[in-house]
Design a protein around this ligand. Structure first.
Ligand code: NAG
Ligand code: NAG
Ligand code: NAG
Ligand code: NAG
Ligand code: NAG
Ligand code: NAG
Ligand code: NAG
Ligand code: NAG
Ligand code: NAG
Ligand code: NAG
Length: 592
């Protein structure tokens, strides 16, 4: 049959339109960014992720184009927002579980449950809802409205009739009054398609259908995202015959554990964010834990959504343009750190502590120590002092003196300069690659006795420690190696402590005099297996600094001996490359 010229043109035009599809790379938020939730408001995408015990909690990132993400604010920044939050939590993966971020009538909301904190009498979990009209300002996030949550992963959904619903793992539905937190009795609305742990629900209304999207199969290799729909808000929900919507379970993909997704419409096309780990199906070494990936979604009117499988290199809808967008003071996620702790400056917003910090642990440019970060030591060391009934233990109720930032590149170098004049034995300061208190790698300087000399003089030594006790069955051995300070560092000047990921599975730890970078001495190589999974299956690796007196003299968590303060300066983090397949790497500038 003869094809009229005009139809050919239309096909050409349609083709030209498809040709505008974009190519991009995952993860879009590399490093520990688990359980992403996303909204699009007036030209800006906003995403929130889970932070468990880490303070400040629940970062908000913003982006104009879904690729470049800038840290904008944190939802939890004040002790008064959740009294005792963090301090009373013993479990390493407690705290702020998966948030949902939503926007309604000019107000942003974050809803989540807090695990291990103040508990509710009848066994419900502590549900919290925060709001703000000024999302670029961390201080503007409200105190929470509390609600009794039957389970984790609450979602917020506003129906057209003004009613507001919370869905939680299970999958349970409750109506909620956002100003009082009063909830109706939970009802079961969907059990998923048979995978374990139906959780992470989100509800969307489109073309007269209520869509209920959830994660199933657990957050490990069986993770998947499924969806159901109903004409009525409370069901019955009918499962998508093409479920799962998206998964990499039972594949040999480099990106695994894909699930816990949220969908967003950019005015033209649909997209999804999900969590994923880069590790291949062996799923053994993945120090950055659960990261955030982006996938295109086709969602025709009245039809089921169709998602594109998650890979390192993606083809999909034309990405929104990079243009002006709402943002805050934080850096882009992939930016290097060049932090000199100048007098009058504050701690950078990308810095985090393990639990809410004690007062006055950190000070910038203290008198006599310009351009330094002073850390007052905690009696608890990074591991705590397990088994002790009198000394701070893993509950770390008063906090450990540690501050870090996420590892966000497969290959990177992180270094700081340390000025440390310990006067008592076992005072120690250094850098750590930390997943949890039970899975970390430390390079420290400590005062110790040299028992191989007859008068046992005290002297500085280097400690290289791997703490793997959080890994099941002791498959990652803990160890402590000590070394004499290299000759070049003995002059008493600052010592540069450095960790480099030499490849995706190995960290190299080294020291050098801060004033002579050519004198580098490699102290050791440690497998990233130490900081993969174990006691931190939900979290990801932080790179940071610590000071401790290792349970020495003092009371509570305060060391009493003088000399234990550590002064860190010239904090540098520089990405080198991001791995996006078993064999391919991107330059570190992608996404900056
Ligand atoms: C828990 O108790 C509160 C108030 O006492 C009540 O509102 C809520 O429905 C209860 N939750 C459950 C799951 O029973
Ligand atoms: C941020 O919010 C706080 C609390 O509402 C307010 O006091 C402060 O002025 C705000 N800062 C800016 C820069 O808007
Ligand atoms: C925001 O949170 C505050 C403090 O909890 C609460 O009083 C207020 O009603 C909330 N606003 C909205 C719009 O939910
Ligand atoms: C989900 O499973 C529970 C337990 O078997 C059952 O009580 C509930 O009715 C189920 N919910 C739905 C919506 O089928
Ligand atoms: C993967 O395979 C297992 C075993 O056949 C099956 O139980 C599971 O449902 C599959 N996962 C997905 C997401 O289909
Ligand atoms: C463009 O991307 C969409 C969403 O992934 C996909 O459905 C479509 O097939 C793509 N078009 C081309 C020409 O690749
Ligand atoms: C730990 O040991 C238990 C019991 O022998 C076994 O079931 C489990 O698979 C082991 N876990 C690992 C990670 O080796
Ligand atoms: C202890 O002293 C001996 C003898 O001087 C020396 O060889 C060794 O390196 C010292 N050990 C440490 C940890 O400094
Ligand atoms: C990384 O380097 C270590 C030490 O050289 C080596 O044992 C390991 O096989 C390397 N791993 C990869 C993934 O290249
Ligand atoms: C913590 O301190 C205790 C008590 O001094 C010590 O036994 C343990 O090895 C230390 N652990 C770490 C990780 O520093």
């Amino acid at each position: 049959m003869y094809l009229p010229h005009i139809v050919k043109l239309a096909i050409f035009a349609a083709h030209a339109c498809f040709a505008a599809n974009s190519t991009y790379f995952n993860p879009v938020l590399p490093g520990w960014h688990s359980d992403p939730s996303i909204v699009y408001v007036d030209g800006t995408f906003y995403a929130a992720t889970s932070t468990f015990l880490v303070y400040p909690g629940i970062p908000i990132y913003t982006s104009p184009d879904l690729i470049h993400w800038k840290l904008t604010s944190h939802v939890w920044t004040r002790a008064s927002q959740l009294p005792n939050a963090g301090r009373d939590v013993a479990i390493q993966q407690g705290g702020f579980f998966a948030p949902t971020l939503r926007h309604k009538d000019g107000v942003f909301y974050v809803i989540n449950v807090y695990l291990g904190g103040p508990s509710l009498a009848n066994g419900s979990l502590l549900g919290t809802i925060y709001n703000t009209t000024n999302i670029v300002n961390s201080s503007a996030w409200s105190d929470p409205v509390y609600f009794n949550s039957p389970s984790i992963d609450p979602d917020l959904f506003w129906d057209d009739d003004g009613k507001v619903y919370v869905h939680t793992a299970g999958i349970k539905q409750q109506e909620i009054d956002l100003t009082t937190g009063k909830v109706s009795n939970p009802i079961s609305v969907w059990n998923g398609t048979g995978g374990s742990n139906p959780e992470g629900p989100h509800m969307y209304k489109k073309d007269g259908w209520y869509y209920l999207m959830i994660a199933e199969g657990g957050t490990e290799l069986g993770h998947r995202e499924t969806i159901a729909r109903s004409r009525h808000v409370s069901g019955p929900f009918v499962s998508n015959p093409s479920n799962p919507l998206v998964t990499n379970s039972n594949t040999s993909e480099y990106f695994q554990t894909v699930g816990h997704a949220d969908l967003v419409f950019d005015g033209k096309d649909w997209w999804g964010l999900a969590l994923s780990t880069r590790s291949g199906p062996e799923w053994e070494i993945y120090p950055m834990g659960r990261e955030t990936v982006l996938f295109p979604v086709s969602w025709e009117e009245g039809k089921w959504p169709v998602a594109t499988q998650v890979r390192g290199i993606m083809d999909g809808w034309e990405l929104p343009p990079y243009g002006p967008f709402v943002s805050g003071p934080g850096p882009f996620n992939n930016d290097p750190d060049v932090v000199d702790f100048a007098p009058g400056s504050s701690l950078p917003p990308q810095f985090v502590t393990w639990r809410y910090p004690e007062d006055d642990v950190f000070a910038i440019s203290e008198d006599g120590h310009p351009n330094t970060l002073r850390i007052r030591p905690s009696r608890a060391n990074l591991t705590g002092i397990p088994g002790s009934t009198t000394q701070p233990a893993l509950t770390g109720q008063s906090g450990i003196s540690f501050i870090g930032r996420r590892q966000v590149h497969t290959l990177f170098t992180y270094s700081v300069d340390l000025e440390f004049k310990p006067q008592d034995l076992d005072q120690e300061a250094g850098i750590s690659v930390l997943l949890t208190q039970l899975n970390h790698i430390d390079l420290g300087i400590a005062l110790s006795r040299n028992t191989s000399q007859s008068d046992h003089p005290s002297q500085l030594e280097i400690r290289l420690r791997t703490e793997g006790s959080g890994t099941p069955n002791g498959t990652v051995p803990s160890s402590l190696q000590t070394f004499a300070l290299p000759e070049s560092c003995n002059a008493g000047g600052d010592i540069r402590l450095e960790v480099t990921a030499i490849n995706s599975t190995t960290y190299m730890l080294s020291v050098k005099p801060a004033n002579n970078a050519n004198e580098k001495v490699v102290i050791g190589y440690v497998s990233a297996l130490v900081v993969s999974g174990g006691s931190g299956p939900f979290t990801g690796t932080l790179l940071g600094v610590y000071a401790t007196c290792n349970g020495g003299k003092g009371s509570g968590n305060e060391c009493s001996s003088s000399g234990g303060n550590a002064y860190f300066s010239r904090w540098r983090y520089q990405g080198a490359a991001e791995q996006y397949s078993f064999t391919e790497f991107l330059p570190s500038t992608y996404g900056m």
